[in-house]
Design a protein around this ligand. Structure first.
Ligand SMILES: [Cu+2]
Length: 69
């Protein structure tokens, strides 16, 4: 099933941070689309919950040096 979430994520400072985390999330199997906004401290993600889960997504964000609230 396709799920969509909006996560509050701090520490994204610029467009470089946005494209960094977008690339890492899009590389995960099952992630369909990612929109990161450093301005709003938000990342919107659509994913297939049969292939990946919120824990994996959050770990990827935290592992890239950002913080999921
Ligand atoms: Cu940056």
């Amino acid at each position: 099933m396709i799920e969509s979430v909006v996560l509050t994520v701090t520490d994204m400072k610029c467009a470089g941070c946005e494209s960094n985390i977008t690339g890492k999330l899009e590389a995960l199997p099952g992630v369909i689309s990612v929109q990161a906004s450093s301005k709003n401290d938000e990342i919107s993600i659509e994913y297939d919950d049969g292939q990946t889960g919120l824990d994996t997504i959050k770990d990827t964000i935290n592992g890239a040096g950002f913080k999921v609230k």
